[in-house]
Design a protein around this ligand. Structure first.
Ligand SMILES: CSCCC(=O)/C(O)=C/O
Ligand SMILES: [Fe+2]
Length: 175
């Protein structure tokens, strides 16, 4: 894992967009974003049990696995959105980026590779993209039924109770 400030330059979302300014894991924690290196699936099993996650699946995001809809799917993952649940992703192969909004609404880019596990809190605005290698395989963990419900950013979603709760816990320094 490496985290850095996104450079906001024009260009394909899959490029690095590396400003060269690093973001420490402690800052991610302040945003409520947790990161773990897990070389053993037993560690993932424990995290899942501790947080009452019952289900999981594996997604491969690549032109080979998705065919004609790949580009469309990658664009859809890159729409800024939030979820009403935590998002846990455990990278099993390949590489990609999760971008999360900072407290001042700047993008922090989180570069992930095999054995990286990330937990995004409910209510944080974020987006995902593959990188220029166009391949990532990730385990998705779900507390209940596997579902992916993104709420794209809008003034209505800004007032979503999970968004409000996230902002409250973050400003109280407990996110
Ligand atoms: C690498 S998992 C695919 C992207 C995804 O599941 C997600 O939730 C993006 O926000
Ligand atoms: Fe998401």
């Amino acid at each position: 894992m490496r985290a850095y400030w996104y450079d906001n330059e024009a260009g394909d979302q899959r490029e690095l967009h590396d400003s060269g300014r690093e973001v420490p894991a402690e800052y991610l924690e302040k945003l409520g974003v947790l990161y773990f290196r897990m070389e053993d699936v037993a560690q993932v099993d424990k995290l899942a049990a501790d947080r009452s996650y019952k289900n999981r699946d594996t997604i491969v995001v690549s032109p080979e696995s998705m065919g004609a809809v790949y580009e469309e799917k990658v664009k859809s993952f890159f729409n800024e959105h939030l979820h009403e649940d935590e998002e846990i992703r455990y990278i099993r192969d390949g590489t990609g980026f999760f971008d999360v909004r900072s407290e001042h609404d700047e993008w922090v880019r989180i570069q992930l590779e095999k054995d990286d596990l990330i937990v995004l809190p409910a209510g944080i605005y974020h987006r995902f993209t593959t990188d220029s290698k166009n391949y990532i395989k990730a385990m998705r963990l779900f507390q209940d039924e596997p579902k992916w419900t993104p709420l794209n950013r809008s003034s209505e979603v800004d007032s979503n109770p999970f968004r409000k709760q996230y902002l409250e816990t973050k400003s109280a320094g407990v996110a």
